[in-house]
Design a binder for this molecule. Sequence first.
Ligand code: GLN
Length: 556
Amino acid sequence: MSTTPAKTVKHIFVTGGVVSSLGKGIASASIGRLLKNMGLKVAIQKLDPYLNVDPGTMNPFQHGEVFVTDDGAETDLDLGHYERFLNQPCSRHSTYTSGRIYQTVINKERAGDYHGGTVQVIPHITDEIKQAIRAPVRADPDLDVLITEIGGTVGDIEGLPFLEAVRQFQHEVGRDHVVLCHLAYIPFIRAAGEIKTKPAQHSVQKLREIGLMPDFLLCRSEKKLDKGIKEKLSLFCNVPLAHVIELLDAKTIYEVPLNMQRQRFEGQIAERLRLPQATCDMRDWKLMLQHIRNPKDSITVALVGKYISLQDSYKSVTEAIDHAAWAHRLKANILRFEGEELEKDPQWRRKLHKADCIVVPGGFGKRGFESKVMAARLARESNLPFLGLCLGMQAAVVDFARHVLGLKEAHSWEMDEKTPHPVISLMEEQKAVIALGGTMRLGAFPCQLPRKTSRTSKAYGGKDEITERHRHRPQFNNTYRKACEDAGLLFTGLYVPDANKPEESLVEIIELRDHPFFVATQAHPEFKSSPVDPHPLFKALIGVAYRLRQQQGGGA
Ligand code: GLN
């Protein structure tokens, strides 16, 4: 037996005060990036106090995009920030909601695991929360630091068990191993021309009532905080002056780690946690920011969706477009089209043609679906570069079947169960599924790229196999494969569960044979893009679109 003592993992908790939407996710991700660049092994998780078991069944208008992990968890979009900042995958341990915690406790109670005892918020729910905090540590023995973001705002009733669990956790593992960062809003009252510290003081007071003492106060503010304000915050929030970290509104979220670094935040965290002091090399990050700040030109991308009015509904998609544009030293102008409005707009062709390329993202249900089919058709017929994602691929197949194969009533099973030509149909294993929530084809699946000369294969750098994440129910119907292929639709990515039964393979990526770039995938490649590692399909799309525009002599 080895006698090496188990490594002590350090914990950083991030809470938020005064108002929501302050960017706790970005702050957590930024801290993570700085520590990672100090050579530490970092993971981030989010504990969300709402009662849904996960956001999978929520409308994107409620909660923004649903982010999917490799292991198939349907999660909060903040996990997307964690992945993009850290350029490493999250897992189902990276997210727990009250609903999931309660479900576990209630299942245990039903199974008799509490031996007839009374089951209570304290200790049973708080114990389960502490288990959730330990889960990523158990899953990765090499971990140095776990950052845990607590969703919601301090003072929320539903957040109390989480804060109590953090208090107990800190007591159990010892203060040297735990750092508490509190992100508070410091408002500027325009009429009075003054910055106010009182709301932040009150939110820290709320934390103290629960027995939590913040080590760092992260101050989100639109105006610079002068020394006097910082001293006031330091004295009344009970943190050392140097631990008052100013987070001014940034032009891009990717500046936040550098803003923190300028205040030596990562060094102070390391000191406080007694971690070895190491240089935090952010040269790559700075280079990436230079590309963001100094584009040589711009590119216009049309996004045809249905949850367009909420910025965050397509967060990973718009991020992936930006990353790809930055990689080509371009700035992406994204024209967002609400599908239903586009369907009624007599000018729709002209409007879509203003873009250099079209992206049709994923989605569910009938509303706005025809606009996606229209967009795919326009791109196909007018050689406009196109990338279809999940429902975007299904729409492209429906267009092809209707307008190239002449199957006028072709449709997806999801939109019309009685269609005579279900070119997108329900997968066998999905036919028996009734329950919603975690029951789709979820998570990472391997995908073979059999056609070496295809645009798909070239975009992926000639690899034989890749993996992408999924979140869908229906699928391309293999009955129509031959007819499509004969008419010029190539199947460039396939999921092959059994090499001996090629007929059971699932179509993952399609492209048009005679088109500069018309690629669509059943997967969600946008989840795997990061600014330092843009996704190859998005990069290829933007590259072709820009080249074509230049060849046509078009300006930005
Ligand atoms: N609604 C489609 C399906 O379930 C597409 C899903 C998606 O775009 N994520 O297959």
